[in-house]
Design a protein around this ligand. Structure first.
Ligand code: ZN
Ligand code: ZN
Length: 166
């Protein structure tokens, strides 16, 4: 959606509110399309003493397998982004500011870029997810297995001794 911000830019104290939804269902992250429902956006552009900024609130459900146990895990996320806006950038390029040529801003592109940047790199079903047994693949959150992982420990023990003796 293209926002026309001319009225905001030209009038101190002016405020524009826009609610919309952004479809990100085709976005793929690590082989999964995690945006299972539209991203609901509340955008407010305002001009305070000649400084124009846009505040975007994005609410959406993010669903992908847990990084440790691979169980499908949906999380409701809410993010807020604030960007100062300028009609044209003068001098050095400044990433903090967003250029709005002809007083227009493509809101969808901004939301998509912001959301993708803010998505946490780790996605866990719970903070203390035990994950899968590295030997047999059993989901250790549901049950236990009888795999003997002591050989891993003993190798570490030998390594530790080698370091201690050094
Ligand atoms: Zn998990
Ligand atoms: Zn096991």
């Amino acid at each position: 959606m293209l926002l026309d911000l001319k009225e905001v830019f030209l009038n101190d104290g002016k405020r524009l509110v826009q609610n919309c939804s952004v479809d990100m269902s085709d976005m793929e992250i690590n082989g999964v399309k995690p945006f299972v429902s539209p991203v609901m956006v509340n955008a407010v552009a305002d001009n305070r003493a000649g400084i124009v900024k846009i505040t975007c609130k994005a609410d959406f459900t993010y669903s992908r397998p847990c990084d440790r146990c691979t169980t499908d895990t949906a999380k409701d996320m809410s993010m807020t982004f604030v960007h100062p806006l300028v009609v044209s950038l003068s001098g050095d390029h400044n990433d903090d500011y967003i250029e709005t040529p002809d007083y227009t801003l493509e809101l969808d592109d901004l939301i998509i870029a912001d959301v993708l940047l803010e998505i946490p790199s780790k996605h866990l079903c719970s903070e203390d997810c035990k994950g899968l047994c590295p030997i047999c693949g059993t989901d250790l959150n549901r049950t236990t297995c009888s795999c003997d992982s002591s050989h891993i420990d003993s190798r570490l023990e030998i390594l530790k001794q080698l370091i201690d003796n050094d």
